[in-house]
Design a protein around this ligand. Structure first.
Ligand SMILES: Cc1cc2nc3c(=O)[nH]c(=O)nc-3n(C[C@H](O)[C@H](O)[C@H](O)COP(=O)(O)OP(=O)(O)OC[C@H]3O[C@@H](n4cnc5c(N)ncnc54)[C@H](O)[C@@H]3O)c2cc1C
Length: 471
């Protein structure tokens, strides 16, 4: 049996690894010159960085086994500090009740509590939007302060048009009553660190996991072809996927095709796709990311791994300081690399402006936020644009997505997985799990429904950190 995998990101690589371990012939075709996809790492000005912050966490044993098996000890524990920057103040994230109280003026606090109580007494029935979901759980005022501006920067659409699915997947519920009780009792009884405080991280960047995985696949006899974009998947008259066509015109045959290329591109490229399916594909869209890296001449900047920048007066929404991850990233360098994230649609001006201009905006914004001492110069800059970074969960997106899922299910031997591969807002762990389970479905004849992964998962931050580090 020969299996072709499109894309060498976490989903494609984990799938290829699991298959190659069982002696199946696998060939990966990757469009870029790298492995790791959006989770790759790279050298920059003598240091090592990721594409924005990449924290790895999971409570799923299978995923953590993959992580430890591949890295074989080359990972470390990172103490996590992430905060929200809003109106010149820092708020711990995930939100802590006492910290919120300490940082806000009494009038705002009274308003927060009042709104919260009102909301609990009279919740929105069937909250289908992000705005309704968050307001129900936190009250209107907390929603406005901590969720509205950031989410609208990220998604580029009003919160009243973002589907509640995103909130349910990603936002840890804050129990105000629980927080008050633990504030009164103190933290004395809690000796465990949780995944909130600490996470495992490959010593030379998150991409190390995928570089090492690629080596293992090759050792197991698998092939990885870089710089080989796939144009379309070939499907025969009996509706069975049997190969791929590359952008350079070449073709390759296979018994199975696993795709992690953008789901909508995959669908549109198939022969005989019905018009209603094409129409459904046109309703789904992605949000792009622009990363601006700056090398700062100094080492004592802010202490967070990353900061969520809620302030509406700047365009970027998150800023990472790689100096605060682990020393193996920066070695003996005496500078810090920070990375500002901007989000855009293709038609937005900011997506097409020149790198110099973007760098200038980034420099002005860090000055405005006063996060970096003015005595420190910016020595270097680099801009990276990532198209189709976030599948947009606009309200009602499930309907066209279901049409695409049903259509793909009608084609035998074609399995889409991954973040944009299956239009799921995956983290690395979800994509890895999809890859491993897709392999099981083929080799062990299992029938796990891959569409279900990540739809109902609870936000797992409360997991005990020993789950990851001691397995
Ligand atoms: C700024 C940022 C921050 C993030 N932070 C975190 C975090 O903290 N924690 C976390 O777990 N995750 C994080 N993620 C998400 C994580 O990067 C992704 O979930 C993960 O990389 C998805 O893996 P994937 O294999 O599904 O897709 P991808 O990583 O996108 O890989 C897909 C691969 O397919 C290739 N490809 C696409 N089209 C074709 C084609 N036509 N032919 C051949 N190859 C093709 C691409 O080049 C790519 O290599 C973050 C992502 C970003 C961008």
């Amino acid at each position: 049996m020969k299996i072709i995998i499109i894309g060498a990101g976490p989903a494609g690589l984990s799938c290829a690894y699991a298959l190659s371990k069982k002696g199946v012939e696998v060939e990966i075709y990757e469009a870029s010159e790298f492995v790791g996809g959006m989770s790759r790492s790279f050298d920059l000005w003598g240091q090592r960085v990721d594409l924005g912050p990449h924290r790895f966490f999971s409570k799923e044993k299978r995923i953590n086994q993959f992580f430890t098996e591949i890295l074989d000890g080359e990972y470390t524990a990172i103490n996590r500090l992430t905060r929200i920057y809003y109106k010149n103040r820092f708020f711990q994230y995930p939100l802590k009740f006492t910290n919120v109280l300490f940082n806000l003026n009494p009038f705002t606090i009274i308003r927060i509590l009042w709104d919260y109580i009102l909301q609990r007494l009279n919740p929105i029935k069937n909250p289908v939007t992000f705005e309704a979901w968050v307001t129900n759980r936190f009250g209107k005022k907390l929603y406005e302060i901590f969720f509205k501006s950031y989410s609208e920067k990220l998604w580029g659409i009003p919160c009243s048009k973002i589907d509640a699915d995103w909130a349910a997947q990603r936002i840890k519920t804050l129990s105000l009553i629980g927080a008050v009780i633990s504030a009164i009792k103190g933290n004395a009884g809690n000796k465990h660190k949780t995944l909130v405080d600490e996470f495992s991280y490959p010593k030379y960047g998150t991409g190390l996991l995928y570089e090492k995985c690629a080596e293992r696949i090759k050792k197991n006899g698998g092939a990885i072809h870089l710089n080989k974009p796939v144009k379309r998947v070939l499907v025969n008259e009996s509706n069975i996927a049997n190969g791929i066509e590359l952008s350079d015109g070449g073709q390759a045959q296979a018994d199975f095709v696993i795709s992690t290329m953008p789901f909508t591109t995959l669908i549109k490229g198939l022969d005989r796709t019905p018009q209603n399916v094409k129409d459904a594909a046109s309703q789904l869209y992605f949000r792009n990311t622009i990363l601006v890296y700056l090398e700062i001449d100094g080492i004592d900047l802010f202490e967070d791994n990353w900061i969520y920048v809620h302030s509406p007066d700047v365009k970027h929404g998150r800023i990472t300081n790689f100096r605060n991850w682990c020393p193996t990233l920066y070695g003996d360098k005496k500078t810090s690399i920070i990375c500002l994230e901007f989000w855009a649609f293709e038609q937005d001006d900011i997506w097409s402006i020149a790198d110099d201009e973007l760098t200038q905006i980034a420099k002005e914004e860090i000055k405005k936020l006063d996060l970096i001492p003015t005595s420190m110069d910016v020595l270097n800059s680099k801009v990276i644009k990532i198209p189709r970074c976030y599948p947009v969960y606009e309200t009602g997106y499930q309907e066209p997505l279901k049409i695409l899922e049903n259509y793909i299910d009608s084609i035998d031997k074609l399995v889409p997985i991954g973040r944009y591969g299956s239009f799921k807002y995956n983290n690395q762990d979800h994509s890895i799990l999809m890859g491993l389970l897709a392999a099981d479905n083929i080799t062990d004849g299992q029938n796990v429904n891959l569409w279900e992964i990540n739809t109902d998962t609870e936000y797992q931050e409360e997991g005990d950190v020993k789950d990851i580090l001691n397995q």
